[in-house]
Design a protein around this ligand. Structure first.
Ligand SMILES: *Cc1c(COP(=O)(O)O)cnc(C)c1O
Length: 471
């Protein structure tokens, strides 16, 4: 028998050597994040070179690692402390290491039988999360790649439960501030565009429960079939929390599936302030939550929690002859029957390792720090007469604009981001342009927020913006 090693299956010494290079690289680049620019768009790009197809002959690992290192420096530094745009998380290295372990172990967790103990680890994280959200015993869920697929499975479960096979007249309720993933999920789930019903928001950008009740009544009278109410616990543009208890009561009264999109806000449930502000979320039939936002995890980790997993199972489970060897293992879930994927990467470890390694209190303290920093940033921005800061933050998103108008606000954003010290994003509210700052990265500490505020004030000085309103 020929026992020549194949070049594809690395031997122990090679794993150690490549691993050392890889871990060196991770340790070095992570330590450099403090001083790395917030964004970097070099004048000459070499995308053509980067698209080069693989050669027949082997390459050199350190050269390939260097190619990756350089490529990763281009664009917005979403891992760095100056990243205050969209939803920063930073990305815990402990979670990245968990991924490396999970991928190297490469066990199959689409069904419980092939890796029961690993499935139990993932299940434990999900039931712990469900309990933190106040869901009743028996609640369960699924770790997805993000809130979008979690929302899709929630909408499919709601549709299956409430509408059966005839979705033509089904309607679901959102506001203009609801994330577009809800409408996208509805479309993928086969619902017509007209199924999306926009409930008016109040002056604080929250869904108006009375307006929702009125719309539902009118829709029913016109032969439509209301089936889902989607509230948001932390909207994408402003981080606003809808009136969750009132909307829960409405959903119950009207026999609708109550979905709460806590993609951004969910992590704050670990804090006292967050729990107070998210009161009412415990009534949800389903919750979408992104650990790659408010649990600081690397991109690619979402969670779907459901009050009654039988609905999720009924909407997604399928069987096939080639799965006939699978024994169902009592209280362990077959994740392949709860969502879109059968084969999946083992995402449980991404949450399990950091939570057990650092302890829950470390997450709570970090999130409390972000709440404090956002409060402080909001107070300072509101004190600047050149800025209009109309809404108090419910969580850690602050929106503001130059009183001098939209063009000035756009110029302000460009000037701030051009410094390379921080990176902010923008949004449009009521037809007006707003700059948007979100304090959420695990690496954004008090001195980074002070630096961001200084950068904003310096840009205002440089642009010589006035304090008078120009609309
Ligand atoms: C980010 C976000 C989503 C989408 O989540 P992905 O993980 O990007 O798919 C949905 N809803 C809200 C409120 C969000 O902030």
């Amino acid at each position: 028998m020929n026992h020549h090693p194949t070049p594809l299956d690395l031997d122990k010494d090679t794993i150690l050597e490549l691993g050392r290079h890889t871990i060196d690289h991770i340790a070095t680049t992570t330590a450099e994040l403090e001083t790395a620019p917030a964004s970097h768009y070099p004048p000459t790009t070499h995308h053509h070179e980067l698209r080069r197809p693989p050669a027949d002959e082997p390459g050199d690992f350190t050269t390939l690692l260097e190619t990756f290192r350089q490529a990763a420096t281009h664009g917005v530094n979403t891992a760095g402390p100056g990243y205050l745009a969209y939803f920063p998380a930073g990305g815990l290295i402990s979670s990245a290491l968990a991924d490396l372990l999970a991928q190297a172990a490469n066990r199959f967790t689409g069904v419980a039988q092939t890796a029961p103990a690993l499935v139990a680890i993932e299940q434990g994280i999900l039931t712990w999360l469900a309990q933190r959200f106040g869901l009743p015993p028996g609640a369960a869920g699924l770790i997805t790649t993000g809130a979008s697929p979690a929302t899709l499975s929630a909408v499919v479960a709601a549709r299956h439960t409430h509408l059966g096979d005839d979705h033509r007249h089904g309607t679901l309720y959102v506001t203009e501030h609801t994330h577009h993933s809800v409408a996208k999920a509805a479309r993928i789930a086969g619902l017509p565009t007209t199924s999306i019903r926009l409930v008016p928001s109040d002056n604080h950008l929250r869904m108006d429960p009375d307006a929702a009740a009125h719309l539902i009544t009118t829709d029913r009278a016109q032969g439509r079939h209301p089936f889902l109410l989607a509230a948001t616990a932390g909207t994408t543009s402003t981080g606003t929390i809808d009136p969750l208890p009132q909307l829960a009561a409405l959903a119950r009264r009207e026999n609708l599936w109550y979905h709460v999109d806590a993609a951004y806000g969910g992590g704050f449930q670990l804090t006292t302030r967050g729990r107070t502000r998210l009161t009412g979320i415990e009534h949800a039939d389903s919750i979408a939550f992104d650990p790659h936002k408010s649990l600081f995890l690397p991109y690619g980790t979402g969670v779907l929690l459901v009050r009654d997993p039988r609905h999720l199972h009924a909407a997604h489970a399928a069987d096939a002859d080639y799965l006939q060897d699978i024994d169902r293992l009592g209280d362990l879930p077959d994740f392949g029957n709860l969502g879109v994927e059968l084969t999946r990467d083992y995402r449980g470890l991404r949450l399990w390792l950091p939570l057990h390694l650092h302890g829950v209190r470390a997450f709570e303290q970090a999130l409390d720090e972000k709440l404090d920093l956002a409060t402080e940033a909001h107070r300072e921005l509101r004190a600047d007469p050149r800025l209009d800061v109309p809404w108090d933050p419910d969580l850690t998103v602050i929106v503001f604009r130059a009183r001098a108008g939209d063009t000035a606000s756009r110029d302000l954003l460009t000037a701030i981001n051009a410094t390379g010290r921080v990176y902010l994003s923008s949004t449009t509210l009521g037809g007006r342009f707003y700059l948007r700052m979100c304090v959420l990265s695990v690496r954004t500490r008090p001195h980074h927020v002070r630096r961001a505020l200084d950068t904003i004030r310096e840009a205002l000085d440089d642009l010589q913006l006035s304090s008078s309103e120009r609309g």
